[in-house]
Design a protein around this ligand. Structure first.
Ligand code: CDP
Length: 219
């Protein structure tokens, strides 16, 4: 049944702008939006709160399966409490990327993610939305930009949120995160043969959104 419900899967590296583009595409089409990275971030956050060791794959997977999560208006609620920007720090992203390499944890989050596929449609972003979670997605996009441009975007985002940020450290961190996300065994980050490449270096957000909308209309 759910296969008839359209999915637009936008994958790509850290800070490529895929979340911004995905949310705007969802709004333009009246579709729901799933930020899959937030699931890994909130899992890492919950592990910290509950003192679950980050290298205990079985315990993490069990905890992830039982998480009481809700997304509402761009906010993530854990046990009905908003987690706010605590999951948006660089540190939280780094920890999320570490636990995201654990296959049992990824498997534990599969059903939860697929549950977001509801009429009239879903736009989702992450690393494996088109390859693993929604392999039958209507449109698949691999959205990227140079590491320098992504670091600039992340810098702006962190400063706007009132966090400290250092551009050189961000470039280094992004490169490390790219290497970990692309090099892991479980659902590595890579452009699928069936995904449209969208390099957003020097491209405005609106242009990127329009390109995705055009691919969807032509699908
Ligand atoms: O904003 P940024 O792209 O840095 O991170 P995110 O999309 O919020 O994801 C945080 C981390 O979760 C990433 O570095 C990935 O390692 C992991 N992730 C993943 O493995 N699979 C996904 N579908 C989404 C995120």
């Amino acid at each position: 049944m759910s296969a008839a419900i359209p999915v637009i899967a936008i994958d790509g590296p850290s800070a490529s702008g895929k979340g911004t583009v995905a949310a705007l595409v969802a709004r333009a089409l009246g579709f729901a939006y799933l930020d899959s990275g937030a699931l890994y971030r909130v899992t890492a956050y919950a592990a910290g709160q509950r003192a679950v060791p980050l290298d205990d794959e079985t315990a993490l997977a069990r905890m992830a399966q039982g998480l009481n999560l809700r997304f509402e208006g761009g906010e993530v609620f854990l046990d009905d409490a908003p987690v706010g920007d605590a999951i948006r720090t660089e540190d939280a992203g780094r920890t999320a990327s570490k636990i995201a390499a654990l296959p049992a944890l990824r498997a534990a989050l599969l059903d939860l993610q697929r549950g977001f596929r509801k009429a009239p449609g879903l736009v989702t972003d992450g690393r494996d939305m088109g390859s693993v979670v929604f392999p039958d997605a209507t449109v698949k996009v691999f959205l990227t930009a140079t590491a320098e441009e992504r670091a600039q975007r992340r810098y702006k985002q962190l400063i706007e949120k009132g966090f400290d940020a250092n551009l050189a450290a961000l470039v280094q961190d992004l490169k490390e995160r790219d290497a970990r996300d692309a090099g892991r065994q479980a659902a590595p980050l890579k452009q699928g043969a069936d995904a449209h490449l969208l390099d957003t270096t020097g491209v405005t957000i609106q242009e990127a959104v329009d390109r995705v909308l055009n691919w969807y209309r032509q699908s």
